[in-house]
Design a protein around this ligand. Sequence first.
Ligand code: FE2
Length: 325
Amino acid sequence: MDHPIRTPERQAFYDRIGPANLAPLWEREVRPFLMQSGSLITAQEATRRVLMLMNPGLGGQASITGSLFAGLQLIMPGEIAPAHRHTQSALRFIIEGHGAYTAVDGERTAMEPGDFVITPSWTWHDHGNDTPEPMVWLDGLDIQIVNLLNASFAEGYPDDTQPISRPEGDSFARYGNNLLPVDWKPEVKTSPVFNYPYARTREALAALAENGAPDPYHGHKLRYVNPASGEFAMPTIATFVQLLPAGFASLPYRMTDGTVFVCVEGEGETRVGDTVLSWEPHDIFVVPSWASHTHHAAKEAVLFSFSDRAVQEKLGLWREARGNA
Ligand SMILES: [Fe+2]
């Protein structure tokens, strides 16, 4: 694939977005830049039109934590992000737009805000937007982990889109209902459910909130699982969702997995040491490894999060501390 041309207009744009590395607020700071990028370069030319979220604490590396990459991807109406595959695993957490699709291994899924979509390692994937609205999602990838292990491979597909061999919803019907096809054996370590729809997740959270008191450190917190193994849904990236009741304040907690949070609903703040991170829907923030923090919900809130805990647990490295101990 040819590298996209760096025009003066594009260079000026890249210079303008530099300072936004520090911006916590989506609507005021990040979204306008992402939309400007939409008129400067096509998804086709860029292969993936992504603004990387650079962690200013990590000295200019293309990473959001020490081990993970995050970026905001935009697909404009009528665009296709062409098919390719790579050994890096990717998650998509949908921020804005309705009904654009991701295709994975012969099946398309329409995406809605709050959906958690996986493109497993070495699976063909392409994205397309047949809707009249721009579609934006947060990409999370295990790029640094794969690089550390020198296990990086990538390949372009000969066409823009891959052939579709299964109807939409087929994976969810087979694997997403607490049932599995009787003779099925998993061949890979990633969950066979590649879209965890927010509608279902939200229902579960609502029931938990109704049925009992929140955990003092996490509120009502769930992890996304691979139904074939009970492990995290992805082998390298752990993903979570939690509901914080209105007025809830969590007790101090820290863990070794630096974690990327996305506010899905509600309003509140997370205090990390002396730093106060205020959030509202679409805001993205990071709690670093082993940093004691508390969450405070002004309104009932839902936070999605992801980290490298899946790797740390396998290596016996993960630890947590509850309270000020
Ligand atoms: Fe990709």
